[in-house]
Design a protein around this ligand. Structure first.
Ligand code: NAD
Length: 355
């Protein structure tokens, strides 16, 4: 076994069905008595449900959480928090809303409780990406990690099927890159394999039956939690860096970009990561020992058929993205080679299957 370092993050996590009712007691545990609730314009009714549950402790709702955490929105929310004199933040939503909560808590020191409603996993990470003047800057700081996380599988009943599938694969991508991270460790490898396994089993059920299967909803959220821990614990490589570059350059949607690039990034790194690929293949049902083909088969089962071109990325963007991807080196199991990276982006742009 290789030598490793393992750092465990300390925050409270509650998981189950109907757990939202535990919110008041969880807030007491983090010493928050009057909170600002955050949500997106699309999830106002969920924000209101949370406020109703909290009574006087839910002082106000800020409903403008936005993808990629623009700093002008954070400034606006901070003004509301100051005006209302709150002593805590509750974010209810996907990665966009959690991001706003993180941006506020790192600036104010206020405790931040997350109630995730997608599988993106941001609630488990000390990472914050913020956008200012069209540029996204990401930083990592232990103080960014939310104070507490409340997972209630019932809140996923409203997650549309498309987003369920894309967001679930976004979670799988965290686990995939954790398996070949330069700073991986045996604990994270266990979480990654289990996360991939339960998501590969539950996503096809959710895709076929909608959110009716309570068991599949539980399994998917459990898997997403494990994958979120992978993302928060070890360094991500080619796949996440490319998603970041392409998403920023062409304003592409987060989860969909992850879905399109994952098999291609995996295929690029596979020759350099035989041990990780073997673990991954064993976790993907029907992979027959080949992780890339396992992901291809999973996509076929889920009816995934999207491309970067279909998301609006122009064809001439392939070279531009390739130049930027090669300009800032980072740790990746296989060295970044122009020809291979360009072909990876081209295939993802065209919507071709990974080989
Ligand atoms: P999102 O938060 O932008 O949500 C997408 C849409 O789905 C929104 O309109 C939202 O209101 C809606 N929605 C969410 N949950 C719903 C539900 N249960 N029912 C109905 N509608 C629902 O999407 P996302 O993919 O969760 O997050 C993407 C953002 O999170 C990106 O900005 C990304 O960079 C960030 N992110 C950050 C980290 C990190 O560690 N810092 C990790 C993952 C994602």
């Amino acid at each position: 076994m290789d030598a490793f370092e393992y750092i465990s993050a300390s925050h409270r996590v509650v998981f189950g069905s109907g757990t939202l009712r535990e919110l008041p007691s969880m807030l007491q545990k983090i010493n928050a008595t009057s909170v600002l609730i955050l949500c997106t314009p699309q999830q106002v009714s969920t924000g209101e449900e949370v406020q109703k549950l909290l009574g006087d402790a839910g002082v106000a709702i800020f409903t403008e959480a936005t993808m990629h955490t623009p700093t002008h929105i954070t400034e606006k929310a901070l003004l509301v928090a100051k005006e209302k004199g709150v002593d805590g933040i509750v974010s209810v939503g996907g990665g966009s809303t959690v991001g706003l909560g993180k941006a506020m808590s790192i600036r104010t020191g206020l405790p931040h409780l997350c109630i995730p409603t997608t599988y993106a996993g941001s609630e488990m990470t000390p990472i914050l990406g913020e956008t200012e003047n069209g540029r996204k800057v990401t930083r990592r700081d232990p103080k960014i990690l939310p104070t507490a996380v409340l997972y209630d599988v019932d809140l996923f009943k409203t997650l549309p099927t498309g987003l369920t599938v894309y967001s679930g694969i976004n979670a799988i991508a965290h686990a995939v890159e954790a398996l070949y991270a330069s700073n991986r460790n045996p604990i994270i490898e266990l979480l990654a394999v289990e996360g991939v396994r339960v998501l590969c089993e539950s996503l096809p059920v959710l895709q076929a039956e909608g959110q009716d299967s309570a068991e599949a909803r539980q399994q998917a959220l459990y898997g997403a939690w494990l994958c979120g821990m992978c993302l928060g614990s070890v360094d991500m490589a080619l796949h996440h860096k490319l998603c970041h570059t392409l998403g920023g350059l062409f304003n592409l949607p987060h989860a969909e970009t992850h879905v399109i690039l994952l098999p291609h990034a995996l295929s690029y790194n596979a020759p350099a990561t035989p041990a990780a690929m073997a673990k991954l293949a064993a976790a993907i049902p029907g992979s027959e020992g080949d992780a890339v083909q396992g992901i291809n088969r999973l996509y076929k089962k889920l009816g995934i058929n999207i491309s970067l071109g279909g998301l609006g990325m122009p064809e001439k963007g392939v070279d531009e993205a390739c130049d930027i991807a090669l300009a800032n080196p980072y740790k990746n199991p296989r060295p970044l080679e122009r020809e291979g990276i360009r072909e990876l982006i081209r295939r993802a742009w065209a919507g071709e299957q990974a080989i």
